[in-house]
Design a protein around this ligand. Structure first.
Ligand SMILES: NC(=O)c1ccc[n+]([C@@H]2O[C@H](COP(=O)([O-])OP(=O)(O)OC[C@H]3O[C@@H](n4cnc5c(N)ncnc54)[C@H](O)[C@@H]3O)[C@@H](O)[C@H]2O)c1
Length: 444
């Protein structure tokens, strides 16, 4: 079966979720573009959007229409060529409406898993639960006569466990989109022990067509992205504990968040990133990864304590940030949750005291100014040279943080998760929008 034939009947599981809706959009557009080629006209293309709630699926269709409209406006020149044979389509608006119609009419929303029994390809983005994923894969595999291929978006479960658990005999691969899939350029591709070579070839082709940056990761729990992120969280949490003589909890959280954002020149502080992903999601990912790791305990008391008090973070359906470890106003952190008093404490109440204790620091370049700069390397080297020569608590915390981030990157290579430094750095640069890779010589 060719690439194009395989994409004639596809199902997305968890299509109404954060990741599933983006995967649905990308796949619908790729399938529509194939269906509009002259040689494919008249062939049937079916994309099942499968989830558990009809309401949620209705919402996804609205999202899909809005996104396809934006996309159509961007690729008008190409669409004019695609519809050149259609004398009835003259104005841009008519072409856009037709394209939206052509994309949307491929998609069939359903809550029935049985719809996937006819598909050649299954993209899966349901909850991060190994038993649930294995149960659903087995069911589809047993009932689908086409021996479908499974592309799982799991962020932490080894693909080989899913393959063996569901008896797929290598018809599975990890195709790990970043959030949101339609915007984020990075995809980690993770082969299971027995992934078929044709499944991998398809994954590479699909990623290329979607214009994604591909990084291969070995099949070790958490892969590269979460392998770094989860350990980064644990480092920050351990530093918060260590500072308990010096600072209250909220002060220490503020300090580490500031160090990891401003002094490491990252787009977000570590605790803001945890809120963005979700305190519950991060804690859960650690618990999924943990059984697969040797000599390491990926377990964060700080997150667990907050979760026990209902602090979750995450996002509203419009993409805005919910309060979590930090409280937000217009997307900016304004307060930090204190588990002792169970209230948010305004950052203004302690900011100058903590900044004073962190001591004088070289002025860091802002992430925004550095990330797209042609002189990025030079600016960063000058800044880190200054940091090397600065004494005081803040500079010490920043150096320790940067060195730990580098060590985590190296650990990912030595433990066989990442193939090389470049892959680790690409994941952090592309998937996490860091201005520089964690494995670097700036502090040497
Ligand atoms: N959110 C992220 O930043 C992110 C990034 C990369 C990978 N992932 C991975 O992607 C997957 C999905 O994560 P998410 O954040 O989109 O979760 P989500 O909770 O937003 O979406 C999951 C969706 O699956 C649906 N679902 C649950 N059980 C189902 C079933 N039996 N059949 C069909 N649909 C079902 C839910 O209703 C929901 O719409 C997870 O494996 C996660 O680890 C998440």
């Amino acid at each position: 079966m060719s690439y194009e034939e395989r994409l004639q009947h596809v199902s997305v599981l968890g299509a109404a979720g954060k990741m599933g809706s983006g995967i649905l959009l990308l796949t619908a557009v790729e399938m529509a573009d194939l269906s509009l080629k002259p040689e494919n006209r008249g062939k049937a293309y079916v994309l099942n959007a499968i989830d558990v709630s009809d309401e949620a699926l209705a919402g996804v269709m609205k999202y899909l229409k809005a996104q396809v409209l934006k996309l159509a406006e961007k690729k008008m020149v190409g669409l004019r060529k695609v519809y050149a044979h259609r004398a009835d389509l003259i104005d841009n608006d008519e072409i856009i409406d037709q394209y939206i119609f052509d994309v949307i009419s491929l998609v069939r929303t359903t809550t029935r898993l049985e719809s996937a029994y006819d598909s050649f390809m299954i993209f899966e983005a349901i909850k991060e639960d190994p038993e649930m994923k294995i149960g659903i894969f087995s069911k589809i595999s047993l009932n689908n006569p086409h021996k479908p291929w499974f592309f799982t978006n799991t962020s932490s479960i080894p693909i080989t466990k899913l393959d063996e658990g569901a008896g797929l005999n290598g018809r599975i691969i990890g195709f790990h989109f970043y959030n949101p899939p339609a915007v984020q350029k990075l995809v980690e591709i993770i082969k299971a022990e027995h992934t078929l070579s044709e499944v991998e070839a398809f994954a590479q082709q699909y990623a290329k067509n979607l214009r994604k940056v591909v990084v291969p990761s070995h099949d070790k729990a958490g892969f590269i992205g979460n392998g770094h992120f989860m350990r980064d969280i644990l480092h920050a949490a351990a530093e918060v504990d260590k500072l308990s003589n010096e600072f209250s909890f909220v002060e220490a959280v503020y300090a580490l968040n500031k160090i990891s954002q401003d002094y490491l020149v990252r787009p977000m502080g570590i605790f803001q990133l945890v809120d963005y992903v979700g305190v519950d999601v991060c804690s859960f990912i650690m618990s999924v990864m943990n059984p697969y790791l040797e000599n390491e305990d990926l377990h964060c008391h700080l997150l667990d304590n907050l979760l026990e008090q209902g602090i979750k973070g995450g996002q509203y359906s419009d993409g805005s940030q919910k309060d979590g470890i930090l409280k937000y106003e217009k997307g900016r952190p304004v307060a930090i949750y204190d588990p002792g008093t169970k209230t948010y404490v305004s950052i203004g109440d302690f900011q100058s005291k903590v900044d004073g204790k962190l001591g004088s620091m070289p002025v860091p370049p802002t992430w925004k100014n550095v990330v797209g700069s042609k002189s990025k390397d030079e600016i960063l080297q000058v800044y880190f040279n200054g940091l090397k020569q600065t004494s005081g608590l803040g500079a010490e915390l920043a150096r320790t943080y940067a060195n730990r981030s580098c060590a985590i990157g190296q650990q990912l290579i030595s433990s066989g998760v990442a193939m090389n430094e470049n892959d680790v750095n690409t994941v952090l640069l592309t998937g996490f929008f860091h201005a520089y890779g964690p494995i670097n010589d700036y502090l040497k």
